[in-house]
Design a protein around this ligand. Structure first.
Ligand code: KG4
Ligand code: ZN
Length: 360
């Protein structure tokens, strides 16, 4: 019988983290295990799908075993198996979905598929004392997404803005590559930008405003501007282009200034669209947000966390940001959101499929 504090085993394998978690009642995390593949992909400067799929296959069962041990729940206490089944790399998703189906079948438990992006928006509820308030303005900032949402509930989410080119996390990863900082770039740029001597106004990087009412984002111009600032204007086009300089000509202080200025530009781009979004949503009582809910890998960014908190203060609404350990990909957010689907009677069959495209 469905009840309101289900214990759910969640599985996540959409990109390059193999993860499992046990969550009770949608918010209480009993175990959260993440096996990162960063080291395997770093020499290639990005995720290599075939390497990711193979690593998921090797790690998924040990990760699930460890999760169950750490949770200290008896497997008979588990009410459902949840899995992030879209969007993501298809080969990676299939590993998690197959494992989840096998467990659901073997243990005769309901199977619940969860959208990874919707789950990032639930991450702020994990380990929180109360449920998230709605209606809310949602913001997902990750390696693959930069989107704004109007949320009537965790399960009733509408996209109101998205990136028209690069995602913000992708822009951070490319910026780090241009500056020779390695992969994944976000945390490295963040650390450099946080140097007390870094000057965030050393460079005035562009912010894409787009059309007057647009809630969409664009980060490719910012990336190109950083590239030209570091290397000078290119001679020739495309792959044959040659540059005047490289990052090796920069000293530490110059790199820190570039990181701080880049980080300032990305934060300003987000705040600009949050201003527009709250103005548009506040025109109707029914959609006026009570809170800003943020999620995704880039919500770990120190400056963005401070800026959105200040922004929410200025607009007198609540702010809900995930704890650091729930910003990056994890399965607790999958199991947590699945609890809400379970309570709503939204159960999938073993025909559940993995999909590279998301529902949002
Ligand atoms: O949500 P996530 O783990 O994976 C996706 O669903 O895409 O996000 C990963 C992204 C990467 O691009 C990484 O560089 C970025 O989050 N990231 C950060 C920080 N920590 C991770 N970006 C900026 N500042 C950070 N501190
Ligand atoms: Zn993610």
């Amino acid at each position: 019988m469905p009840h309101d504090t289900p214990t759910i085993l969640g599985i996540e394998s959409s990109c390059d983290e193999t993860a499992a978690a046990v969550v009770r009642g949608g918010r209480e995390v009993l175990a959260n295990v993440v096996a990162s593949q960063d080291q395997l992909h770093s020499e290639y400067g990005g995720v290599v799908p075939e390497i990711a799929s193979r690593a998921h296959i090797e790690r998924i069962l040990p990760v699930i075993d460890k999760t169950l041990r750490e949770s200290r729940v008896d497997r008979r206490e588990i009410d459902a198996i949840a899995v992030g089944h879209r969007p993501g790399l298809i080969g990676s998703l299939l590993v998690g979905v197959s494992a989840a189906k096998a467990l659901a079948w073997a243990w005769s438990l309901p199977l619940i598929g969860v959208d990874h992006i919707a789950a990032h928006l639930h991450a702020a509820a994990l380990d929180a004392p109360e449920a998230l308030p709605f209606p809310a303005l949602g913001l997902v900032v990750s390696g693959g997404h930069t989107s704004l949402f109007h949320m009537n509930s965790a399960l009733d989410v509408e996209v109101i803005g998205r990136t028209i080119d690069d995602a913000i996390g992708e822009a951070y990863d490319k910026a780090a590559m241009i500056l020779g900082l390695g992969y994944p770039g976000g945390p490295k740029v963040d650390r450099r930008a946080s140097d007390p001597n870094a000057d965030d106004r050393a460079h005035d990087f562009p912010i894409a405003r787009l059309a007057k009412d647009s809630l969409d984002f664009s980060f490719s111009g910012l990336k190109t501007s950083l590239l030209y600032t570091v290397r000078g204007k290119p001679q020739g086009r495309g792959r044959n282009a040659t540059f005047e300089r490289s990052h090796e000509d920069l000293d530490e202080a110059a790199i820190n200034d570039l990181c701080a200025s880049f980080q300032r530009a990305t934060s300003r781009a987000i705040i600009l669209k949050l201003d527009r979004a709250i103005e548009q949503l506040s025109q109707k009582d029914a959609t006026t947000p009570r809170a800003l809910i943020m999620g995704g890998g880039v919500s770990a960014n120190s400056r963005l966390r401070t800026e959105v908190t200040d922004w929410a203060g200025r607009h007198d609404i609540e702010i809900h940001i995930p704890q650091m350990k729930y910003c990056l990909d994890n399965a607790a957010m999958i199991a947590g959101l699945a609890a809400l689907r379970y309570e709503a009677g939204e159960i999938d069959t073993l025909a559940l499929s993995a999909s590279p495209a998301g529902s949002l």
